[in-house]
Ligand binder design. Structure first.
Ligand code: GLN
Length: 482
């Protein structure tokens, strides 16, 4: 059962080949055998999952879109009555009193939730090593990271511990772990999916999206979660496309641009070779491939590491030991309560970013750092808009290397930041992007990123789907988890 895609499982469920309770129990057994080696879940809720599966099995003829498929949700989505920790000691005791819109929509669509997945603390990181609950392992090689920050959600799908999963992407946190784990991950356009109830990191960049084995699986999930939400003032009131049907439309004649800046030094030669082969395949399918330029792309990381920390320093000020989460023992006064609660409960990377952000926003430095970063952000968006006058999709590797070793970059934040070089500009511009597996380099998965203009997720899904109809990289299973 676990080697079927979500789309195939939905068909099998509808045909009565197995029930949702049987499918859910199968994943529960797999999670029980593999959780210790992968550390994918922060909170595993098997009883709740079986109740939801039973309800799914009892639903009549008019079944909702995702009826009965078991999912794993990043522990950043508030889930009523369930611990929602963002992998931080700060929220180790936080039981969410309400559901995030994404969670509510998945429930309305009939999906089952197996639990909440491990991640980098407050979604800050690229390796899922900064979690308060210990690091997550990559199912393809347990000595390597699964990527981050949504590493638990990506590893869960790669190891076949859930039909599909949900993550969030502020600078690459869906696409990069999808690439490292050899699965498909989609970051929608900013505003396409509600952020209500998603614990905020950098509010102008954060966006929720799906992980699945295939583009079609991601289309199903996006169909369920996309749409306007009055509870999120940045969600966009625009009709939702028919992702699951549009995915079959022809891709002949679509124009794909390769940014020359993304194929220069720093890119692993073998990854480049795999991308070249994937481009040949897309040419065979009728796409037209040509070079383009994103001249300001090299500035993306510098701009992001001013803007994201600035927003996080503001967002994380709510964790003050008074209203949510952790409170230190025996404070002598209010200042002591604030400062000790925060210093005892936040990890090193979170503290580093709060300090950088507070500095960048302070009166004397605002113009020099924050304002300049915002100007660069505009230039990066304009580069993409110019590119989309010439091409439908911008294509590149998702990451410059394959999954790195655990602890390899943990003490070197700058090298860690550089691993997001191809993904971060997409968030600064608010665009949608997808990562799909296109091969292996030394037995580790290689991911290819495609980016389209605003609200053209259906174009990305279509190209990815057609590619996956002619290749089987997305169906490879790590040996230990077959
Ligand atoms: N790796 C990036 C960071 O650490 C992106 C994280 C994300 O997308 N949440 O900020």
């Amino acid at each position: 059962m676990h080697n079927l895609t979500l789309a195939q499982q939905l068909q099998a469920l509808a045909a009565g080949e197995f029930s949702s309770v049987e499918l859910t129990q199968h994943y529960i057994n797999r999670i029980e055998s593999h959780q210790d080696s992968l550390n994918v879940f922060v909170t595993f809720t098997p009883e709740r999952a079986l109740e939801q599966a039973q309800e799914a099995d009892q639903r009549g003829t008019d079944k909702p879109l995702l009826n009965g498929v078991p999912l794993a949700l990043k522990d950043i989505f508030c889930t009523q009555g369930v611990k929602t920790s963002c992998a931080s000691k700060m929220l180790d005791n936080f039981i969410a009193p309400y559901d995030a819109t994404v969670v509510a929509k998945l429930q309305q669509a009939g999906a089952v939730s197996l639990g909440k997945t491990n991640m980098d603390e407050f979604a800050m990181g690229s390796s899922s090593e900064s979690s308060y609950y210990g690091d997550v392992k990559n199912p393809w090689d347990l000595s390597r990271v699964p990527g981050g920050s949504s590493g638990g959600s990506a590893a869960a799908v790669a190891a076949r511990l859930a039909s599909a999963s949900m993550g969030t992407d502020t600078g690459g946190s869906i696409r990069q772990p999808a690439a490292f784990c050899g699965i498909t991950g989609l970051k929608p356009t900013y505003g396409r999916v509600s952020r209500y109830g998603m614990i905020a990191y950098a509010s102008s960049l954060d966006q929720a999206g799906p992980f699945g084995l295939s583009a079609l699986d991601c289309a199903y999930l996006l169909q369920a979660i996309a749409g306007y939400d009055a509870k999120d003032s940045t969600s966009v009131d625009q009709p939702v496309e028919e992702y699951t049907t549009n995915i079959n439309k022809d891709i002949r004649g679509l124009r794909i641009g390769l940014p020359e800046e993304f194929f220069q030094e720093g890119l692993d030669a073998d990854i480049r070779a795999k991308i070249d082969l994937a481009c040949d395949q897309l040419r065979e399918l009728g796409c037209v491939i040509k070079p383009i330029s994103l001249p300001n792309a090299k500035l993306a990381i510098a701009a992001y590491y001013v803007i994201a920390p600035a927003e996080c320093s503001s967002n994380l000020s709510r964790f003050d030991g008074v209203r949510f989460g952790y409170r230190c023992e025996d404070p002598v006064d209010l200042a002591d309560l604030y400062s000790r609660s925060r210093s005892e409960a936040f990890g090193a990377e979170v503290k580093r970013r709060i300090m950088v952000g507070t500095y960048a926003l302070s009166a004397g430095y605002y113009d020099a750092y924050y304002l300049r970063a915002q100007k660069i952000r505009r230039l990066i968006s304009e580069d993409y808009q110019k590119a989309f006058a010439e091409v439908d999709v911008v294509l590149s590797p998702t990451t410059p290397t394959t999954a790195f070793k655990t602890n390899e970059k943990a003490d070197d934040p700058i090298t860690m930041y550089l691993s997001d070089i191809y993904t971060i500009g997409v968030n600064l511009a608010g665009l949608p992007g997808i990562s799909i597996p296109v091969g292996f380099s030394q037995k580790l998965p290689v991911g290819m990123q495609m980016v389209s203009t605003y609200f053209a997720e259906d174009t990305l899904l279509r190209i990815a789907h057609q590619f996956q109809q002619h290749t089987d990289w997305h169906l490879q299973t790590p040996a230990k988890f077959e």
